[in-house]
Design a protein around this ligand. Structure first.
Ligand code: WT7
Length: 649
């Protein structure tokens, strides 16, 4: 609690040089709400348009008419904005610093080189018959080719769908089918923490699944030279095809509302949904937030530790930084390899000025004590950022003191796959910091706290976090399922975008995200639907029923706690627990590994058969004394059984 009262004022020297100080933030924020048309018309000018937009905002959140359009009559190309327009001024400047998993491997890629290779790849895609409106799935390591592939798709108007390289073949298959991908771009293997992950083998396996025959080709980057199977006629080596292409490829003039990418994310129900992000508004918003929230100054080295498989990688490794002509660092490996000092060593090696990472990474380092950072000085750092989950004040303080040498403001950035870019965060030259709070809304963002009936609550209070009006970066739909988009985000509270998060607002108007209020888990900053894990488990022949809840976990933020009811006659053994763990890992991916499996002879249900997760969450958190009202349960004795079982395992 004492930490939560602590305020870190904005340093005068920081404010003096920053893109925005307090007065500027307040004036711009006010204008963005008073006259969004004028505000965003001006901001759109940060991009190069083939045809400048005259229609700025045309958006409706009404339940019966969710329709979101920004800059709709404008034409532009995202890759031209990230590459071509920088060539004159900064062709020789490094666009991407790539740091390999192996500390002896790194390279610098200039804007000119990135431009040339992306253009070659764009021509290669055309040769494979990919054109405007086609979808391409990317299942790639953290290597420059991943960024090139995204930009090459954008260049020819193809829509990319990046699938995180830690996902299973089934997950890849589901996404190839869902997005109708004609092509998959992958690598033979990825390398993380010294271990090889068989990406190509996973793609091979994915493409044996029914329905995946939409996919005609697999383009394979040779990363490790590891042994792989080869399907003649379908598989093509990346370098062989790309090397022979021209390094000039005309950029397709895209409508501002043409799709740029699909990105799958988990929700509280059903299969992962493919959020659809479009072109003009997304890039305007990604670029603007990158500039202001990270206070990015020309020539600085900026490092976001996310993977391009997540939205953070899209907006803040690739699109935002490159649109701004930044030098963006891309790290192939994991922060703990070869030693826990690696993150600091990378900062020193490449003179990183801005470091954007996740609370789970900070807590993992913190667990090793202050000395864990002794192998580096980190003098180059000027600003730190956090994303993915609430950062607890203890981790915030450690991040500030040990990693940042008490010299760097921390921007805690709240946003979502759906929002496209940062929504609530301090501007480091403008906003005093409170450890644990994402602080105040970005330009154009109108947050509201609402009660369960949808009444907007005023002042210092707590409620469900909704957003009252559109901003340019937001997702426009769910791919091929606009109805589900409306249902998921706009039907809970009419006229508002519902985030799924709970939140508190303090007396200074600062926002404190309290976590999801739906059945979505946040494990190490990775979002997962409990329903997804449950449906995986019940597909196992031994399982009759399963219920998945989150529980507090020191490093991961939340851990995965699973209650399993077995079919009659199946024995509750440790071997079976291991088997179920493997089952889920194989089905979804290692990020969905259960932390605890508890046998549950039966699950607590209401008389109408609904599982009471509230009770399961309490038992998982070992808060068995405060279970609350159990009188609506069909059979209250189930709860005692579960508590007893918990103690006995
Ligand atoms: C959910 C979105 C968008 C970046 C990566 C995650 C949680 C994200 C914060 C933060 C508190 C946060 C929310 C949100 N979240 N950032 N700074 N403070 N919570 O994207 O996978 O779409 O997950 O992550 O619960 O709803 P995502």
């Amino acid at each position: 609690m004492s930490n939560q009262q602590k305020v870190y004022p904005v340093r005068d020297d920081f404010a003096a040089k920053a893109w925005a100080d307090k007065a500027k933030y307040e004036a711009m924020y006010q204008q963005s709400l008073d006259d969004p048309e004028a505000f965003w018309a001006e901001q759109a000018q940060r991009l190069d348009w083939v045809k400048a937009p005259t229609k700025i905002k045309n958006t409706s959140f009404a339940r019966d008419n969710v329709d979101i359009r920004w800059f709709e009559d404008g034409l532009l190309n995202v890759s031209a904005n990230c590459l071509d327009r920088h060539l004159d001024k900064r062709g020789d400047q490094t666009a991407i610093i790539w740091e390999g998993d192996n500390p002896n491997e790194s390279k610098h890629i200039s804007y000119r080189e990135l431009y040339a290779r992306t253009n070659q790849l764009a021509n290669a895609l055309k040769e494979l018959g990919i054109g405007k409106g086609d979808t391409v799935t990317l299942y790639m390591p953290m290597i420059p080719e991943a960024a090139m592939a995204m930009l090459a798709c954008a260049r020819i108007g193809a829509v990319h769908s990046v699938v995180f390289g830690g996902f299973s073949p089934d997950a890849v298959a589901q996404r190839v089918i869902g997005s109708d991908s004609k092509l998959v771009i992958t690598a033979d293997e990825s390398v993380r923490g010294g271990k090889h992950v068989p990406l190509k083998e996973n793609v091979d396996s994915a493409l044996t699944r029914e329905g995946t025959d939409v996919c005609k080709n697999v383009l394979v980057v040779k990363r490790t030279g590891g042994d792989i199977d080869w399907k003649e006629g379908r598989d093509i080596w990346f370098d062989a095809l790309v090397d022979k292409q021209s390094s000039e490829c005309e950029a397709e003039a895209m409508g501002a509302e043409d799709p740029l990418f699909i990105l799958y994310t988990s929700g509280s129900t059903g299969a992962p949904k493919g959020l659809k992000h479009t072109t003009g508004g997304y890039l305007t918003y990604a670029a603007m937030t990158h500039q202001y929230v990270f206070d990015y100054q020309d020539g600085e080295v900026y490092w976001c530790t996310a993977d391009v498989g997540w939205v953070t990688g899209h907006s803040y490794i690739v699109y935002g930084p490159l649109a701004n002509g930044a030098t963006t660092l891309m790290f192939e490996g994991v922060p703990s390899y070869p030693t826990h000092g690696r993150m600091g060593e990378i900062v020193d090696k490449h003179n990183v000025n801005i470091l954007y990472t996740a609370p789970t990474a900070v807590r993992a380092l913190m667990a090793h004590g202050d000395n864990v950072m002794d192998s580096s000085k980190r003098d180059s750092l000027r600003l730190l950022g956090s994303v993915g989950e609430p950062i607890n004040p203890e981790a915030w303080e450690w991040f500030y003191r040990v990693i940042g040498n008490e010299n760097c403001p921390i921007v805690d950035t709240w946003w979502q796959t759906e929002t496209g870019g940062i929504m609530i965060a301090p501007l480091p030259g403008a906003t005093p910091l409170k450890p644990g709070s994402a602080t105040v809304p970005f330009f154009g963002v109108k947050p509201a706290l609402v009660d369960n009936e949808g009444n907007i609550l005023e002042g210092a209070t707590e409620g469900n976090l909704a957003i009252l009006d559109s901003w340019p970066g937001q997702a426009r739909s769910i791919w091929n399922d606009h109805e589900r988009f409306i249902q998921t985000y706009f039907s809970t509270y009419d006229g508002m975008y519902f985030t799924g998060d709970g939140c508190r607002r303090d007396e200074d108007g600062y926002y404190w995200i309290t976590g999801r209020v739906d059945d979505v888990l946040n494990v190490s900053g990775h979002r997962m639907g409990t329903a997804e894990i449950e449906s995986s488990l019940v597909a196992h022949s031994a399982v009759a029923e399963a219920a998945v809840v989150g529980f507090p976990h020191d490093i991961k933020g939340q851990g995965i706690y699973i209650y399993v009811t077995l079919n009659d006659g199946i024995e509750e053994t440790d071997e079976l627990k291991k088997e179920l763990t493997q089952w889920v890992r194989k089905d979804i991916g290692p990020i969905a590994s259960p932390d605890v499996i508890q046998w549950a002879p039966s699950l607590p249900k209401t008389r109408s058969g609904k599982i009471m997760r509230r009770i399961l969450r309490k038992i998982a958190a070992n808060e068995c004394d405060g279970l609350g009202d159990t009188s609506t349960l069909a059979d209250p004795s189930v709860v005692d059984q579960l508590i007893e079982h918990r103690a006995n395992q």
